[in-house]
Design a protein around this ligand. Structure first.
Ligand SMILES: [Cu+2]
Length: 274
């Protein structure tokens, strides 16, 4: 009886803790309410199964407790029960997976009007590249990466000349404008994660991965690296500032283009030679 009671407390206690838990989702600041819905559905399915299995165990411990003149029965198979359990499990697994696949498909189907922002991860920080006035990001290649050209921009591609290179952990975005985030890494695996946007994806050296979202609330949001990437991983932080168009334009005007950086480097080299 005591064991049944303790088991019952564990089941009910877990439920109460889950409902009143202080560790709940941060307020949503993007269009991805679908992520929250799939997450809640997962909680319902796994929570329902947890309650059912837990309470069934409580029942069994109580109902079939030891009694001197009672004999146990050997029943290795039950076709009907197995049939039902297989179907219930199948429905549960489909409920867990199907909505996620639908949301994932939307997550990587980028709308045409999305602004392209490249995120360049390194041990241990974030840099960004935005398209200049031509709204086209210049071509890059890992073979071009050097101290003078940390993004590996193609010097022969005219589209890259006006690209804005943000060598800072702060990224500004305009509210209600869809963004396509192009993810690159210069060294090891990283993961660009902003909890409020419900968006994250691995960044793989030599590859460009991507997703999109629309920021829907102004404010400052913390960027976390969500892939263990070395001893400085915990400190690989940054900030996304979502702001109105005028503030965003002001920030954009302060950024330096690739062309300007090339010119600066040339002057430095020339003065060093003299
Ligand atoms: Cu990292």
């Amino acid at each position: 009886m005591t064991i049944a009671f303790v088991l019952f407390l564990v089941v009910v206690g877990t439920l109460i803790f889950h409902i009143w838990s202080p560790w709940w989702l941060t307020p949503l600041a993007s269009n991805w309410s679908g992520m929250d819905e799939t997450l809640l559905l997962t909680f319902w399915v796994t929570g329902g199964v947890f309650m059912a299995v837990g309470l069934f165990m409580v029942y069994c411990v109580w109902r079939y407790r030891y009694q001197k003149d009672r004999k146990s029965e050997y029943k290795p198979e039950d076709k009907k029960l197995e049939f039902h359990l297989t179907w219930i499990t199948a429905v549960g697994v489909v409920a867990l997976l199907a909505p996620g696949l639908i949301v994932w498909n939307k997550f990587v189907t980028v709308p045409e009007n999305a602004v392209k922002v490249e995120v360049m991860a390194y041990q241990w920080g974030w840099n960004y590249r935005l398209a200049g006035e031509d709204e086209i990001l210049g071509k890059t290649s890992i073979h071009n990466i050097s101290d003078d050209n940390p993004y590996g921009l193609d010097l022969d591609d005219p589209n890259g000349k006006d690209d804005l290179l943000v060598e800072d952990a702060d990224l500004h975005l305009q509210i209600d404008k869809p963004v396509k985030v192009l993810l690159r890494s210069i060294d090891v695996l990283h993961n660009f994660y902003v909890p409020e946007f419900r968006a994250k994806m691995d960044m793989v050296p030599g590859m460009i991965t991507f997703y999109w979202f629309t920021p829907t609330k102004t404010g400052e949001y913390e960027i976390l690296c969500a892939e263990l990437c070395g001893t400085g991983h915990y400190a690989m932080l940054g900030t996304v500032v979502v702001e109105e168009e005028s503030d965003y334009s002001n920030w954009l005007a302060q950024q330096t283009s690739f062309e300007q950086i090339l010119a600066q480097n040339k002057t430095i080299q020339l003065t060093e030679k003299q």
